[in-house]
Write a protein of this length. Structure first.
Length: 353
């Protein structure tokens, strides 16, 4: 696994928009304020041509232009890391125009984003054998003041942090909008991580039960399920070769969902399972889905996941600070991790090896 160099003093941060750009509010004002903050920290700024574009469908520009921007800025020596402007809807179409061969040969650099950015983060890890960062997009850093999660994300990019923990509260209803573009997270809900493990009943049958604590170790891999199942079975699906290469490490899959309802999550788990993606799995880390609290026909967000875990006899940590209901812990895709959950809290320690 290739790990990029960490951000150093006076390095340049590059910005690209392979998904949505910052053409509208609150994203434009948020992005401009984020740039101001990074400049005050002493970093240079390298803006991709699509950062403020808004002529694409579900992405900033055409798939061809977005793919070209990604390739050129990743292989460029004018910036040391790349942060995506935002998420979106059709970044998958961008992948057809990314030169992964050129990216694989280039000096590795950190790429950070989440949601639709799963399309590149997952492929950097599985196709290019290069670690990437599943974390906040650029516009998030425009909030006033920063949430502690953003400071910790910068510490990780700067090489000063390898361990992340859950935050005390999370945001159910955001306040940031067109009229309040710099509004910080509105964290009102108490965080309580849930841990599950297979437990034998009196009759000898195993069931997934909520437990006080679990520990799991393996190589981190995952992202937004909406995007992952879209990549599955395409020419970009290199999971089988990747998991075979690191089979001795085993895998901790981190997963979260955006548009999927609880049945969509259950179907996504079935699809990844049937494709063999969960071979050598050691545990699941599941972020709060955007459909948090939903129940349909007796199925909730927990039962959407637990049957797959039971089949493999592995632990699960759920309602984690990852994904679309912030704040989010930054996770290094491709890193070796030890995740511990105990009494409603959790910690993930990552090693870059």
């Amino acid at each position: 696994m290739k790990y990029p160099a960490f951000l150093k003093e006076r390095d340049t941060i590059g910005f690209v928009a392979p998904s949505f750009g910052c053409a509208t509010e609150p994203y434009r004002t948020s992005f401009l304020n984020a740039i101001k903050k990074w400049e005050q920290m002493g970093y240079g700024i390298d803006l991709g041509p699509n950062c403020f574009a808004g002529e694409g469908i579900g992405i900033s520009s055409t798939p061809e232009k977005c793919g070209r921007e990604l390739t050129e800025y990743y292989t460029s020596r004018n910036n040391q890391i790349l942060i995506s402007c935002g998420g979106g809807e059709l970044m998958c179409e961008t992948m057809c125009h990314v030169d992964f061969q050129a990216i694989s040969k280039a000096q590795p650099k950190w790429y950070m984003g989440y949601s639709d950015n799963t399309n590149l983060i997952f492929l950097l890890t599985t196709l290019c054998d290069t670690a990437a960062l599943y974390g906040p997009c650029a516009t998030t850093f425009g909030m006033e003041p920063w949430h502690v999660s953003l400071q910790e994300t910068m510490e990780l990019l700067e090489g000063r942090r390898k361990t992340v923990s859950n935050y005390d509260k999370w945001e159910k209803d955001k306040l940031r909008d067109e009229d309040h573009p710099l509004e910080p997270y509105h964290c009102t809900e108490d965080t309580r991580v849930k841990a599950y493990a297979p437990v034998s009943t009196d009759g000898g049958k195993r069931q997934m039960k909520e437990v006080d604590s679990v520990v799991m170790e393996g190589r981190l891999i995952g992202g937004c399920m909406d995007c992952l199942v879209n990549l599955l079975g395409t020419r970009f699906d290199g999971v089988k070769a990747f998991t075979e290469k690191y089979r001795e490490d085993g895998f901790v899959w981190f997963l979260e969902a955006c548009d999927l309802n609880v049945f969509g999550i259950r179907r996504a788990m079935w699809q990844m399972e049937e494709a063999g993606w969960f071979q050598y799995v050691k545990g699941f880390i599941i972020g709060r889905p955007l459909c948090y609290g939903q129940e349909m026909m007796g199925l909730d967000q927990y039962e959407a996941i637990l049957p797959t875990a039971l089949k493999h006899g592995i632990p699960v940590i759920m309602d984690v600070d990852i994904g679309h209901l912030p704040p989010m812990m930054p996770l290094v895709s491709g890193s070796m991790a030890r995740a511990t959950a105990k009494e409603g809290n959790m910690e993930i320690r990552m090693e870059f090896k």
